[in-house]
Design a protein around this ligand. Sequence first.
Ligand code: HEC
Ligand code: HEC
Ligand code: HEC
Ligand code: HEC
Length: 197
Amino acid sequence: MKKVLIASLALMGSIGLCSTALGAITGTAHDFSASGWSQGQICIPCHAPHNNNNTSGELLWNHEVTTATYTLYGSTTFDAVDADQPGGVSKLCLSCHDGTVAIDSFGGASGGTMITGDRNFGIDMGNDHPVSFTYDTTLATTDGYLVDPNTLPDTVKMFDGKMECASCHDVHNKHNQNALLNIGNGGSALCLTCHLK
Ligand code: HEC
Ligand code: HEC
Ligand code: HEC
Ligand code: HEC
């Protein structure tokens, strides 16, 4: 009986491990350690422990921050009340993904390697899922087809109560999904986490 119990506990343990296996940034699109300009490191283009390029005082941010002004998303049914220029952590993503700042502009040096292809969104955010607006219970009620954000799983977290790029993605590939998503989008599972459609 004891052996059976131990065996089943071990089995439960390994299943648990499989289902919660964390991904890692190593080898992903954000691992620039093989580029000549990265000093062979992974974190340094974005964070540095000391003497970083930090202007906001947060995240030990070491990358040059974009100053672009964007064309914003808009529609007659968009209910968010404070949608404005991308800020917070989304602005950090756009500091490479809007194509105005070089990927290797960090640590105070200006680089020259620009992002290309579909990964370069440009400064027109009108055809991208909106970000940097408050997603609270009031918005869910007004819209009528949104999950109350207080009941969302931790995987799609808000930042200061706002929806950001990192609500859907983890730049460090924490969840080991395609396109660095926080929840895999097979069957549109990511979309259905928030949208009651
Ligand atoms: C391509 C840029 C980039 C790289 C490379 C990167 N990060 Fe980040 N990191 C970010 C951004 C953007 C955020 C804020 C968004 C978020 O929290 O997901 C962040 C947030 C964090 C945070 C605070 C939030 C949390 O999840 O705990 C820590 C700690 C962190 N990074 C550590 C690291 C370490 C350690 C490395 C290297 C192994 C690394 N990062 C590599 C961009 C990067
Ligand atoms: C230091 C510059 C930099 C920063 C900061 C950065 N990225 Fe990237 N990202 C890149 C580059 C370069 C690529 C790969 C482009 C390529 O290979 O075509 C990429 C690729 C991606 C991809 C595609 C990955 C795949 O496997 O398909 C996603 C998704 C992504 N980034 C999201 C983010 C998000 C979200 C943030 C902020 C939380 C962020 N990035 C911050 C430079 C950056
Ligand atoms: C509402 C969720 C959501 C938000 C918010 C979001 N993304 Fe994505 N993103 C996705 C999904 C889903 C995909 C995969 C699309 C596909 O495979 O066609 C994706 C794909 C990408 C890609 C890969 C290129 C491509 O077109 O396939 C990049 C780069 C990216 N996102 C960066 C960002 C950045 C930067 C932000 C913030 C400005 C952001 N994302 C905000 C859901 C989101
Ligand atoms: C983390 C939560 C979250 C996820 C995941 C998410 N969305 Fe959204 N989405 C929102 C919120 C909140 C709004 C703002 C709704 C509003 O203000 O009308 C929004 C807005 C939109 C809009 C614009 C609605 C309008 O009235 O103009 C569309 C379309 C949309 N999302 C589609 C998607 C799709 C497709 C996916 C999956 C790839 C997705 N969303 C994933 C939270 C999310």
